[in-house]
Design a protein. Structure first.
Length: 187
């Protein structure tokens, strides 16, 4: 009996959240590298100059004139500190974009069967006769099974994941593959 399993809403939300979180972290790194740290350095150098000139008590007034906090700056950021923020921002951006691309390409995938074949999440049609094995080592505890197949001499595999795809429908797909696999070995 044909079955169709769609990607679950919780999976879509989690993967989208990860991508957006990484992009938000990247913005934070870039803000520190381009705005926050240079602004802090300006405060530090101004305060340091007041201390050298013996006018440290003027700091609250100077800070107020520049619309800065009256808190004494705690650190002078080196050029390497700024570069580190930029590098971390680039890395987080790259990870965020890769995660977003992954989410975008997987959110609409469907795992399904018809009377003659199973269709992998990538859309590959695999006749039941081409299925060569089924790995269920992690099925009971994690809901993961591996379907092995061979089409025109080319080996392939795909994963049945009852968390990523609708649980009940994924179990139906697995049962149908098992049924056809057992029927094929009896011939």
């Amino acid at each position: 009996m044909p079955a169709e399993a769609h990607v679950t809403p919780i999976w879509k939300k989690q993967k989208l959240f990860v991508a957006l979180f990484l992009l938000a972290i990247a913005c934070w790194f870039f803000w520190d590298g381009f705005v926050g740290y240079p602004h802090s350095n300006e405060r530090w150098l101004t305060h340091e100059q007041l201390v050298k000139d013996g006018h440290e008590t003027d700091w609250p007034q100077v800070a107020k004139e520049h619309d800065w906090t009256a808190e004494v700056p705690h650190k002078l950021y080196r050029p390497m500190d700024l570069r580190t923020q930029w590098i971390c921002g680039l890395f987080a951006t790259l990870l965020g974009l890769v995660s977003l691309a992954y989410w975008f390409t997987h959110k609409g995938r469907v795992l399904r069967t018809d009377d003659e074949a199973v269709y992998s999440p990538a859309g590959t049609r695999i006749p039941f006769g081409a299925v060569t094995g089924l790995g269920k080592k992690k099925w009971e505890e994690k809901g993961l099974a591996t379907v092995l197949y061979k089409i025109e001499g080319r080996k392939g595999r795909f994963i049945l994941d009852d968390y990523k795809f609708d649980r009940e429908a994924t179990h139906k797909v697995l049962a149908e593959i098992e049924e056809k696999l057992v029927a094929g070995t009896k011939k």
